[in-house]
Design a protein around this ligand. Structure first.
Ligand SMILES: Nc1ncnc2c1ncn2[C@@H]1O[C@H](COP(=O)(O)OP(=O)(O)OP(=O)(O)O)[C@@H](O)[C@H]1O
Length: 278
């Protein structure tokens, strides 16, 4: 496990052609937004086929980190390396963003929504390879039966499968999923997490999943990255979810409690425990 190291290196995004044990390597990322430090010297690697859970309080910089990895935001310094080999039409990263409003009346079939993940959707037809990729992504997410339904008519859980299929359609090596289980009932959350876990294992796709549900992460993630403003820890759940570690990240007013095999992060004293939303 490591906790927020020091030092910095020049800003850069590097892609490599040789195979690597890693899907992504992040080194010494620093981000300030409007003068406010958000990420301070963040470094980690995600192995090929690894499931990395990302936890942390609101405003810690989790989505900001994804924006850096997606090159939507240039860090003040640091390097993001994607050491993966891509075939034609493939992409290194598939992304499911945190917020996506869909008009219930949108006249678009789920299968067409998935096709928007392809690179040349501007052309008015899909070739055989495109259709194969769409069918495969739908099958992988268990959503084949939803393909002819309008996207706006799907339930939250069904829609998340379609979003995931769209992110998978270009055969990414790394999936970035920003709270894909929020707004789902517990049963749908579990189903979605199980689908993601299966995709990760069957296809050896690395997953970085942001969630506020520590127990969901505990069930599926190989390791966790716990972010708080300007600090972080990375390691296995057992290594990171310890009172001593979270106290270093948050300050003193926090405790990790284990009850019936479940983890809770609490603040306040024991007579007035407040269970945080992560
Ligand atoms: N475009 C922006 N302009 C100003 N501040 C921003 C901008 N984007 C992010 N921030 C700030 O950066 C900090 C981190 O935001 P971010 O969305 O990354 O947090 P988060 O950990 O994903 O939070 P949440 O769990 O609530 O989704 C917040 O304080 C936020 O207000």
């Amino acid at each position: 496990m490591s906790i927020a190291p020091i030092a910095a290196s020049p800003s850069n995004l590097v892609t490599a052609t040789s195979e690597s044990a890693y899907a992504i390597e992040v080194e010494h990322i620093h981000v300030r937004i409007s003068g406010k430090p958000i990420l301070a010297d963040v470094s980690f690697q995600v192995k090929s086929g690894e499931f990395l859970g990302i936890l942390g309080p609101n405003g810690a910089g989790k989505t900001t980190l994804f924006r850096v990895l997606l090159q939507l935001l240039k860090p003040q310094s640091g390097t993001v390396r994607l050491p993966v080999t891509l075939d034609k039409g493939e992409t290194a990263i598939g992304y499911v963003p945190q917020f996506r409003q869909i008009d219930p009346e949108l006249p678009m079939l789920a299968v067409d929504f998935v096709s928007l993940g392809l690179p040349h959707t501007i052309r008015p037809w899909l070739n055989r390879a495109d259709k194969g990729a769409i069918a495969e992504a739908l099958e992988l997410t268990g959503a084949t039966g939803l393909s002819r339904t309008s996207i706006g008519q799907l339930s939250g859980g069904e829609r998340q499968r379609i979003f995931l299929a769209q992110a998978l359609v270009r055969n990414p090596k790394l999936l970035l999923l920003d709270e894909p289980t929020s707004n789902l009932d517990p049963g749908a959350q579990e189903e979605m997490a199980a689908v993601i876990d299966r995709v990760c294992k069957e296809r050896k796709i690395s997953v970085m999943l942001i969630s506020h549900d520590v127990n969901l992460i505990n069930r599926y993630a190989d390791r966790i990255l716990y972010l708080t403003p300007q600090q972080y820890a990375i390691g296995t759940v057992d290594e990171v979810m310890q009172t001593s570690v979270l106290q270093r990240l948050y300050g003193n007013a926090v405790e990790v409690v284990r009850m019936d095999d479940k983890l809770f992060v609490t603040t306040g004293n024991k007579t007035n425990v407040h269970i945080c939303d992560h």
